[in-house]
Design a protein around this ligand. Structure first.
Ligand code: ADP
Ligand code: MG
Length: 245
């Protein structure tokens, strides 16, 4: 097994607030990791450290062998970031662009791919997320679930090695959660490496290779869904799971 991400003693503080205290974990190629845990426990901060939207205070993040934490903002870091797709809770689509423009912008601007090629790849991705017929519509005319699927297609357009998801269904009306989870499940089946912060315990149980339980700045549980959900080792995890399962 190849370690795609190897996180070693990661620490992140904001002023006096020690959010991530000492986190070590690794993600292998093709693995699907679901991160669960109480609100405020540092899950978003952790994901943002992985692609260095936040610079770690200490520790290492080896991505294909390069320590991202040691890199300053600049070209090398940007090029590595491009290999990580990120999907946020609130979609973050560009409101002034239609769907296909949203999807093809980064490949053209960042990778210098021709418009014709970006259009072709973009349409294929929209097809994959079930939205090929919406290519010319603007984000505001789409439902939340459709917008999130566009956001997933847009991230995939950069041909990332790993996809990071931060509560991708938390902002959706309940009836739209399923379609986004389905898209993510298809992506997992296709072999994509994924790190997903989620409150969807059913999804985590079904799709994750590993579940990580984060609380108080540490990973307080790590294992297969069965291990983490059925045999939680820490009191903190038992208490959390008793509330969400
Ligand atoms: P979660 O995603 O698990 O709910 P977060 O990572 O969003 O948790 O937040 C964990 C802690 O980090 C919170 O106390 C939050 O206030 C703090 N925090 C997150 N981002 C910042 C920031 N940019 N500046 C200061 N504090 C932050
Ligand atoms: Mg969060």
């Amino acid at each position: 097994m190849t370690k795609m991400l190897d996180i070693q003693h990661l620490k992140k503080t904001f002023g006096k607030n020690e959010v991530l205290k000492d986190i070590s974990a690794s993600v292998e190629k093709g693995q699907v990791i679901c991160i669960i845990g109480p609100s405020g426990s540092g899950k978003s901060t952790f994901l943002r450290c992985l692609n260095v939207l936040e610079h770690p205070t200490a520790g290492k993040i080896l991505f294909d062998g390069t320590d991202l934490a040691s890199l300053k903002d600049g070209k090398e870091l940007d090029q590595l970031r491009e290999k990580m797709g990120m999907v946020f809770q609130n979609f973050n689509l560009f409101p002034n662009m239609n769907v296909i423009e949203n999807v093809k912008l980064a490949p053209m601007k960042v990778k210098g791919i021709s418009e014709a090629q970006a259009e072709k790849t973009g349409l294929a991705l929209l097809e994959k997320v079930g939205l090929a017929d919406r290519a010319k519509q603007f984000p505001t005319s789409l439902s939340g679930g459709q917008q999130q699927r566009v956001a997933i297609a847009r991230a995939l357009a950069m041909d990332p090695e790993v996809m990071l998801f931060d509560e991708p269904t938390s902002a959706l009306d309940p009836e739209m959660v399923g379609e986004v989870l389905k898209t993510m499940k298809d992506l997992a089946s296709s072999g994509m490496t994924m790190v997903i912060v989620t409150h969807e315990m059913g999804f985590a149980r079904e799709v994750a290779d590993e579940v990580w339980f984060m609380a108080d700045g540490y990973l307080q549980g790590k294992g297969t869904p069965k291990e983490v959900f059925e045999h939680p080792t820490s009191e903190r995890a038992k208490d959390f799971l008793s509330k969400v399962l």
